[in-house]
Every structure is written in structure tokens, then in C-alpha cells.
Design a binder for this molecule. Structure first.
Ligand code: P53
Length: 470
């Protein structure tokens, strides 16, 4: 058995995708509260006003807000050591720019953490998971505005102080590297209007500063805090061994996969981005002191999501298949299968990725999202035979095991959407990730009742044997 004795097995969620109760107990509107449902070939539309007749899937989520006790009990039954969740910023600061927090919001998370404690489940908290208060985006331009740094730092400091004895593991921003892509402009950075690279990189700089300040303050409040970064890691292979393809893939890897981690782990901008900015006429304004802030706020551990890999070619030919549901112009890998949503499944790539990251950063790693979004069928007797999901996890955990054997310091694993929740990308319910099924459909109908899929018992066994019995 290779997994360390104290390995953190668990699962992951985000507030906006599971809590529901979007306007309850003083909560303000968040960006996802303004998003309608989409699908594989239908982009999610964001409306400036909440339309009374419109369907907004995040408004009800899976009603975790009222059912957290039942859900955490099910996590405990699987043997979770850790539960990754995020805190809805607009529950604590409804418009984002208040100085005093909303007590009802803070009290909710006290109850959630106390419930985890009952079962010795360690909470892992993402401070900001694509759920900026809508008013911060509307009135300030989100992170494009330097003022938002202070709003974030106030939010993070409030959480650190309030939960200093209840939470040890923190992440500042979910998938911060999406800030380099057009889709990140809206959801991550909170830029509602015009969105170009200049604006995005400046906003991303503000996020780096906000994150680094939070890390520093967190460590002052409780030196035992472990505060990490979080990236969407999509390993990119050259499409062929043609040197031009190899170089093209490296170019993209630097910008999309390495840049943000380099800043947050090493505390400074890498040479290749300075060069990229100069070449593209991008001017990232640093205020006096910013360099020191980045240096002083480096993270304790590195976390990432891992769903798929992709290929890159120097020139994309007519005959090259683009990857379905892709975000950055990747090309299809003929050796890999894809999910129903076009994501290319690559367990061996996970071992490669773990080795690459550990060699690059030499700090503990955690995989905080991984999983298969798939349509599940409920049988007449209520059972759900999701052997495809078990197979996906088995193959990924086998490769994690090998990476640990390679010497990688992997400390935990929290599969995404351990309970079915609203898809972030499409807003669908039918793109399910859970070990636990939630009876809700793409139109919001259903009892919201929970039931166990076959993968529930399987994952329970995996945890009980510390990854030995797959
Ligand atoms: P959904 C794209 C590619 C990789 C990770 O995604 C991504 C996305 C955005 O959709 O985001 C993470 O629900 C994100 C979660 C999200 C999860 O992946 O589109 O952190 O909020 O739900 C899965 O299938």
C-alpha cells in the first residue's frame, strides 16, 4: 500500500452549485445567481436582472442549505476524512463592499463545520469559487478594480478570525488560471463588460495580490493554517513529435498551466510572462509594494482540478478534430476516450501531471477535483449502476498510487461533486458527478431526495482500505 496513513480522502463541492437558498437569511446576489441554464451546445446566458419567469438553476442548487446534516452524514458513512466546500461570499457580504459581515451567513457555516467535526471530517474551504457578489461586478468591475482586493481581504480575514479553530485547510481562489481565458473574465474576475487580455491580466494581478495578502494575514491569525492555491490543470501534449508542435504546446502550458502557480508558489512573475506582456503590448500595473506582497504571501500547498488532457499543434489542419466542449483550442488525442460532454479521459496523464507539478514546486499536492460528468439511469427499484464512474475513479486512483510510489508528496483527494450538483459550465443537473444521486432534473423538478449510487459503496471500500482495494 502506498498511500500515506493520514491521506485525506473526501469529496468536493462549491456553495453556488449546491446550497440553493440564494436569497435566504440576508444573502445577496452572486454572479451565478444571474445565470440561466445551458447545455453542451448552449452557452449559459447571464441576465443583468433576475427575470421573474426565468429558470436559474443555482437558485435552488440541491438545497444543501437545508439538507447539510443529511449530506454530511452520508459523507461520513463513506468514511470521508475531508470535505471541500466554498463559502458563498454574498452570504457574508451581500454586496461585497460592506465593512460588517452578515451574522446569519457566518452562523450557517458554523453549523456546517460543527456537523463535520461530529464525524471528524476536516473541512477544506475555498474562499472564492466563481461566486463574486454580483454588486461587486456591477458597481466596481470585479477584480479589474484594485478596490476589490480590499473587499476580498476583508472577507477572508473575517472567515479566518471566525473559524480559526474550526478550519485548518484553505484555498484562496478556485481555478485562478481561468483568469487568462475569456470565460474567466466573467465568472472568475467579475468583468461584466468588455473583456480583453489587458483587462484580464490586470484583474488577475489584483487577484494574486488579494490572495497573497490573505495568505499572510491567515498565517498571522493561526500559524497552523495551511493555505493553498487552486488551478484547473489541463495537461497539454504536443499533437505530434514535430518540434514545432512540442514548442507550441510548451507555449500554451506556460501561460495556462504554469503562470499562476509560479506566481503563487514562487512569489514572483516568471520571465516568460513578462516577455509575453511586452510582446503583446500588455501593461500590468504594479503598485509600490506589490512585489514584496507576492513574496510574502506564497502558498503552503498546491491544489488543482484534473478532468482531462488535450493536444496542441503548431498549425491546426482541416482534418484535426477539435476537442468537444473545449476552452482553449485544443486538438483531439486519438488515444483517449471522451466523456459524453467531450472531455478527454486520461488517467495516465494524472501520474504525469503529479510528477511534473511536484518536480516544479516541491510542496505538498492535493487533487481537489476529479470525476466523470455522466447521465445516470435510475432503475425501477431505485438503484443506480454507475460502473462507468467506478471505472473512471479506479483508473485515476491507480495512477495516483503510482505517482505516490514515484515519490510525489500527494496529501489528499477530493472527487468533484461527491453529491450531484448543478454543473458549473452548463447549469445542467443531468451532468452528474456524485456518489450520491439527487432527484432533480434540468428544469428544476424533482423531490431533491438523496440516494446512493453503486459508486457510493465502492468509494467507501476504497477509503476503508486506504486505496488498496480498488
Ligand atoms: P462542469 C472547465 C474545465 C475544467 C474545470 O465542471 C472546470 C470547468 C468549468 O466548467 O471547472 C471546475 O460542472 C469547477 C467546478 C465545476 C467542475 O469543474 O462544467 O471548479 O465548479 O463544476 C466541473 O462539468
Amino acid at each position: 500500500m502506498t498511500f500515506p496513513k493520514n491521506f485525506l480522502w473526501g469529496g468536493a463541492t462549491a456553495a453556488n452549485q449546491c446550497e440553493g437558498a440564494w436569497d435566504v437569511d440576508g444573502k445577496g446576489e452572486s454572479i451565478p445567481d444571474h445565470m440561466r441554464a445551458g447545455g453542451l451546445h448552449k452557452r449559459r446566458v447571464m441576465t443583468p436582472m433576475i427575470e421573474p419567469d426565468g429558470y436559474y438553476p443555482n437558485h435552488d442548487g440541491i438545497d444543501f442549505y437545508h439538507r447539510y446534516k443529511e449530506d454530511i452524514a452520508l459523507f461520513a458513512e463513506m468514511g470521508f476524512k475531508v470535505f471541500r466546500l466554498s463559502i458563498a461570499w454574498s452570504r457574508i457580504f451581500p454586496k461585497g463592499d460592506e465593512t460588517e459581515p452578515n451574522e446569519a451567513g457566518l452562523a450557517f457555516y458554523d453549523k456546517v463545520f460543527d456537523e463535520c467535526k461530529k464525524y471528524n471530517i476536516e473541512p477544506l474551504v475555498t474562499i472564492s469559487h466563481f461566486e463574486l457578489p454580483y454588486a461587486l461586478a456591477e458597481n466596481y468591475g470585479g477584480f479589474a478594480n484594485r478596490k476589490t482586493i480590499d473587499f476580498f481581504v476583508n472577507f477572508a480575514t473575517t472567515l479566518f478570525k471566525r473559524y480559526k479553530d474550526k478550519v485548518k485547510y484553505w484555498l484562496t481562489f478556485n481555478e485562478i488560471n481561468f483568469g487568462t481565458l475569456p470565460m474567466g473574465g466573467r465568472n472568475l474576475l467579475g468583468i461584466l463588460g468588455e473583456d480583453d487580455e489587458q483587462r484580464r491580466y490586470q484583474a488577475l494581478h489584483h487577484m494574486f495580490i488579494a490572495s497573497a495578502k490573505a495568505v499572510k494575514i491567515g498565517h498571522e491569525i493561526n500559524p497552523d493554517f495551511q493555505i493553498g492555491c487552486m488551478l484547473a490543470y489541463i495537461t497539454m501534449y504536443p499533437l505530434t513529435c514535430k518540434p514545432e508542435d512540442v514548442l507550441a504546446s510548451q507555449e500554451l502550458v506556460k501561460k495556462l498551466n504554469w503562470f499562476c502557480g509560479d506566481v503563487q508558489v514562487k512569489g514572483k512573475y516568471p520571465y516568460y510572462m513578462k516577455n509575453y506582456f511586452a510582446k503583446h503590448g500588455i501593461q500590468v500595473d504594479f503598485e509600490a509594494g506589490d512585489e514584496e506582497i507576492l513574496q510574502e504571501g506564497t502558498v503552503d500547498y498546491y491544489t488543482f482540478s484534473y478532468y482531462m488532457t488535450s493536444c496542441v499543434a503548431a498549425t491546426i489542419g482541416e482534418s484535426d478534430d477539435r476537442v468537444g466542449g473545449n476552452l482553449f483550442g485544443g486538438v483531439k488525442n486519438e488515444y483517449l476516450e471522451t466523456s459524453e460532454w467531450g472531455w478527454q479521459i486520461d488517467p495516465v496523464g494524472l501520474r504525469f501531471t503529479l510528477n511534473e507539478l511536484y518536480d516544479r514546486y516541491e510542496i505538498p499536492l492535493m487533487i481537489v477535483e476529479n470525476g466523470l460528468g455522466a447521465v445516470d439511469k435510475v432503475e425501477a427499484d431505485g438503484s443506480i449502476h454507475d460502473d462507468y464512474r467506478i471505472d473512471y475513479f479506479r483508473r485515476h486512483i491507480e495512477e495516483m498510487d503510482k505517482a505516490v510510489e514515484d515519490g510525489v508528496d500527494l496529501i489528499g483527494y477530493t472527487p468533484w461533486g461527491c453529491i450531484d450538483l448543478v454543473s458549473g459550465g452548463t447549469g445542467e443537473m443531468s451532468k452528474r458527478y456524485g456518489f450520491i444521486y439527487v432527484d432533480k432534473d434540468d428544469e428544476g423538478n424533482g423531490t431533491f431526495n438523496r440516494s446512493k449510487k453503486d459508486s457510493f459503496e465502492w468509494y467507501k471500500k476504497v477509503i476503508a482500505t486506504n486505496g488498496a482495494d480498488l
